[in-house]
Design a protein around this ligand. Structure first.
Ligand SMILES: [Zn+2]
Length: 436
């Protein structure tokens, strides 16, 4: 073994020695160079960022067990917008939030005002939340006399956020400059299916143990690369399907997705990284809080997951870029979904399909979609160049189980949806996709 290591060390040294004269490890970074100069820079793209960290110590979202409001901040929370425009002038805007979810009323309000102000069709707006459990609680239902200060604060925050998001969209659209779009994907492995293994017989020793290392996961990390015509990286939109629940403390933080965005932006002035949450309804990051990792804090685990994800994004951004050519075609509909035995009123559930030419298809679904949806659509549309499925988009009304999860039961099935929800969603996705 030893000689081989020595040989490797020598090879490394000789590579260094072979560097061009004048090059030193401290030389400034090389000028920007496109990885795909053959791809025409015939897009326009713009990005905008807004700090949305609450000024007040509001109550936090995500864990019902919290007994007090936030006490501090370890990281700013951001809302970000990425606007792209094809050669025909069709626009598409992604708004991503380091927040628990996108309340449906907020989506509708923002989409409607953005349509009036910027002529942005409502179908061409995606609003997605990272589902961080270290952000503020939101409130979209109007206050009543009985509401306490906690509710008033949440309402005030949400109302301001709503108008700020419209302005943010405007800023990203105004920022649009000529751009080249490519995409690729990598993998990242810290998400694991957090449910128990329902396929095991009840008397099996692992029958009640979670997470389930054999359970379905979606480890893909798709990344859209937005660069200036000279190759300067301007923005990336990247995805992963996993709960942002590494942390359970009382500080504002974007969790692993917040750290991944921070690390990607760290040494790239003027660059914006946006996280698009995938179908992570039944996925948790591991190792996590309840697990035993000697000498490592929750926060360090969260940062490690963030680093691991940002590394995957770096890989997707730097290897074999695939061209993304227009035009943008988008469809958005709200379909009726029912609860079993009609125990609650039907819900208007948002389904959105966006095709970017023949290169990339986005399927975005509302609320906490389990991973089965992502795997299903990637399989069903496997003939296409790229299929990117995002949950947590345009609505936040709890879990959206697949038929499998509904039949198995458990936490993600507890809302009591009727058994045809997956079927209705899938039929609508196909219908919209085929029409585009
Ligand atoms: Zn959740």
């Amino acid at each position: 073994m030893l000689p081989r290591i020595l040989l490797a060390a020598l090879l490394c040294a000789s590579t260094l020695l072979a560097a061009p004269p004048g090059a030193t490890p401290l030389s400034p970074p090389a000028p920007a160079k496109s990885l795909a100069p053959h791809v025409p820079a015939n897009w326009k793209a713009g990005a905008a960022t807004l700090k949305v960290t609450p000024q007040k110590m509001l109550w936090m979202a995500g864990y019902a067990a919290r007994k007090k409001p936030a006490e501090g901040k370890v990281q700013e929370l951001f809302a970000k917008a990425l606007a792209i425009q094809d050669e025909q002038g069709n626009k598409l805007v992604f708004v991503t939030l380091d927040l628990i979810g996108v309340p449906q009323l907020m989506r509708r309000a923002v989409a409607s005002v953005a349509e009036k102000q910027f002529k942005l069709p409502q179908a061409n707006l995606v609003m997605n939340a990272s589902h961080t459990h270290s952000g503020p609680s939101l409130r979209t239902t109007p206050l009543t006399e009985k509401d306490d200060q906690r509710a008033r604060d949440a309402w005030e925050y949400t109302q301001k956020l709503q108008s700020d998001l419209v302005a943010l969209i405007g800023k990203a659209l105004t920022d649009m400059q000529p751009a080249r779009l490519t995409w690729n994907k990598a993998r990242c492995g810290f998400a694991m299916n957090r449910r128990r293994d329902y396929t095991l017989p009840p008397d099996h020793p692992n029958a009640n143990k979670a997470p389930n290392p054999n359970g379905p996961v979606d480890h893909e990390v798709p990344a859209l690369r937005v660069e200036a015509p000279d190759g300067t990286l301007k923005a990336t939109l990247f995805g992963y399907a996993c709960h942002n629940t590494s942390l359970g403390f009382y500080n504002w933080c974007g969790d692993y997705a917040g750290f991944a965005q921070e690390y990607l932006q760290e040494h790239r002035p003027g660059f914006t990284a946006l996280f698009l949450m995938g179908c992570g309804g039944d996925q948790n990051p591991y190792p996590r809080r309840s697990d035993v990792v000697p000498g490592v804090t929750d926060l360090e685990l969260s940062m490690q997951h963030g680093r691991s994800l940002s590394n995957a994004v770096e890989m997707a951004l730097s290897v074999n870029p695939r061209a993304v050519a227009g035009p943008i075609r988008a469809a958005y509909e709200e379909i009726k979904l029912s609860y079993a035995n009609n125990k609650r009123a039907d819900h208007d559930y948002p389904v959105q399909v966006i095709k970017i030419g023949e290169d990339l298809t986005f399927i975005t679904l509302g609320s906490e979609v389990v991973v089965d949806y992502s795997l299903r659509f990637k399989l069903e549309f496997a003939g296409e160049a790229g299929v990117w499925v995002a949950g947590y988009s345009n609505d936040y009304t709890g879990y959206m189980p697949s038929l499998r999860v509904l039949k198995e039961g458990g936490y993600e099935a507890a809302a009591g949806w009727a058994e045809d929800v997956e079927d209705r969603i899938a039929k609508k996705v196909h219908e919209m996709h085929d029409k585009l």
